[in-house]
Ligand binder design. Sequence first.
Ligand code: NAP
Length: 177
Amino acid sequence: MVDSPLKVILMMAQSLDGVIAKHNTHFPDWTCARDKKMFKYITQKAGALIMGSQTYRIIGRPLPGRLNVVYTRHPEKLAGAENVLFTAKEPADLLSELKNKGYKEVILTGGSQINSLFIKAGLIDEILLTVAPKLFGSGLCLFSKPVEKDLSLISCQNLDADTLLLKYRILKGGKTV
Ligand SMILES: NC(=O)c1ccc[n+]([C@@H]2O[C@H](COP(=O)([O-])OP(=O)(O)OC[C@H]3O[C@@H](n4cnc5c(N)ncnc54)[C@H](OP(=O)(O)O)[C@@H]3O)[C@@H](O)[C@H]2O)c1
């Protein structure tokens, strides 16, 4: 992992069998109420979140009260708003820009393609993973490309009776393809 200009926390939900979405238009509304509340609190506290254009399309609108950074090579095809920044910058350049704007940390929120872009650049510091009581059998994973990293568990807690919240730090080194 390289030194990140600011802290990047990947915040995602997955089924017990490791699926973040059944397909690339699957709306991520299948987590518990506490997970949704936590997502809002943590992303608003950070003030900025980063997502891919496919995730932005599915959400259908900018999330209020935070800067929505949306990765796309075709911003003209997407509806913007005051709190949306479309970008195709290298991740390190984007993070420097956000640091210069005063952000201390940023939440990376998927999908698989954008997660891979940042892990390949060695720029994810922590993973906050909700494990939901679901099995989907097949679908998208956290990353769209092969990756191999070692992690250290920071904490593990229940969000409700059936849902776990795992927090991991990514250790330096490892491989991405
Ligand atoms: N379970 C969860 O926590 C969670 C969270 C988020 C999303 N999801 C799910 O993930 C799925 C979407 O994931 P996805 O992997 O298909 O799409 P994605 O990562 O959300 O977005 C992919 C798009 O990002 C843009 N992009 C990719 N690489 C780029 C680069 N180097 N520079 C500029 N733009 C780049 C491209 O947009 P253009 O084509 O516009 O150029 C590409 O089509 C959805 O089903 C969503 O519900 C799940």
